[in-house]
Design a protein around this ligand. Structure first.
Ligand SMILES: NC(=O)c1ccc[n+]([C@@H]2O[C@H](COP(=O)([O-])OP(=O)(O)OC[C@H]3O[C@@H](n4cnc5c(N)ncnc54)[C@H](O)[C@@H]3O)[C@@H](O)[C@H]2O)c1
Length: 330
């Protein structure tokens, strides 16, 4: 197997790479990443010493180069994670998100269609988000049958790429699988995202920004549990299937911030609640979706997967990692 993992220098991609490189030494694994501002190559640098790991710096928007790489290397399977991933940036620059998330995915689909010529022994596994389903009220959850209703330029670009992946399956019989997951957390995430921002603010003693009144609800999925789900789906799903992946850990943003304050103050040996005074409510994000929740019973019933890390354990590991990062210990 020649497995191409795109976006492997990013947050989730790095965990997927570590997981696959360790679990499958017989696979030839190729990480393709443009090393955009969001990449943290240092998180995967140690893999360079492995004989079955290869890094390719390339931009998905360069269709000719992608095609040449397929010709030269002959990838047989793809796990596609590379994307512009930050909602706030998509509000500032929606065209960039259309370019990478839609056109970049199309360049990869086109190369796979051209080079694979038929379905046997190939798979295009597309990693997507629960945000394509829009927003929920106080109750209910997203599942594989929920209608798409994206609200931000980010989620619209991911929804569009999902539609193209399915269109290539139906039109060209390209073997594809899609999974839509909830908010990931854990080590290696970019500084711009909520959990690293909260921990960094506590370490530095600066205001902890919370959008609106903090009542927006997210489901939190530990990134290593996500990598384990991707492994199962990659090996067991039938072409054309979709799976929703969730963490069974719904919390309001204010509640997750308070959990992080407790844990971070503990690691820093601050008095209990010391950093609560840093909470600072800021103008809400434009079009901020109220609530996301995932029903992952399709994945649980068909493959036995369920999240194995409870939120407190996952947050404790996460806080330990970022406190060390922001105090300069690694
Ligand atoms: N982080 C989450 O909570 C979450 C939740 C649901 C779905 N997802 C999806 O999972 C995937 C990975 O998310 P993440 O949080 O790890 O993202 P990330 O922003 O941390 O990493 C994205 C990676 O893609 C690379 N990249 C960006 N544009 C590229 C291009 N044009 N060509 C090649 N490489 C490029 C970047 O350099 C970076 O290494 C994305 O598709 C995202 O939509 C993420």
């Amino acid at each position: 197997m020649k497995l191409l993992i795109t976006g492997g220098a990013g947050f989730i991609g790095a965990h997927v790479l570590h997981h696959f490189c360790k679990a499958y030494p017989s696979y030839e694994i190729y990480c393709l990443d443009s090393l955009s501002y969001a990449a943290q190559y240092e998180n995967i640098a140690a893999l360079e010493s492995l004989d079955h790991f290869n890094f390719i710096r390339a931009d998905l928007n360069d269709a000719e180069l992608i095609d040449q790489l397929f010709t030269g290397i002959g990838f047989t399977h793809i796990i596609h994670l590379a994307a512009e991933s930050h909602v706030d940036n998509s509000i500032e620059d929606p065209l960039l998100f259309a370019k990478t998330n839609v056109m970049g995915t199309l360049n990869l689909l086109e190369a796979a269609r051209k080079h694979w010529k038929g379905g046997a022994d190939h798979l295009f596994y597309h990693i997507s988000t629960d945000e394509v389903f829009g927003a929920l009220g106080e109750t209910g959850s997203f599942s594989e049958t929920t209608a798409y209703d994206p609200r931000s330029p980010y989620s619209a670009s991911k929804a569009s790429s999902d539609h193209f992946v399915r269109a290539y399956h139906h039109t060209y019989s390209l073997p594809v699988v899609i999974s839509n997951c909830s908010n990931n957390y854990g080590p290696f995430q970019h500084d711009e995202k909520l959990i690293p921002t909260v921990i960094r603010s506590i370490v530095k003693g600066t205001p902890i920004p919370i959008y609106g009144d903090g009542s927006n609800v997210r489901d939190w999925l530990y990134v290593k549990d996500h990598a384990a789900a991707i492994d199962l789906i990659f090996h067991k799903a039938k072409s054309g299937q979709t799976f929703c992946i969730g963490g069974d850990a719904e919390r309001s943003n204010l509640s997750i911030v308070k959990d992080l304050i407790l844990l971070t103050d503990k690691v820093l040996e601050n008095p209990v609640g010391h950093s609560e005074k840093l909470i600072s409510f800021v103008t809400d994000r434009k079009g901020h979706d109220f609530r996301y929740a995932i029903d992952h019973s399709h994945l649980t019933n068909s493959m036995g997967w369920r999240p194995s890390t409870d939120l407190e354990a996952g947050l404790t590991e996460t806080v330990t990692y970022y406190v060390a990062r922001y105090t300069g210990e690694h």
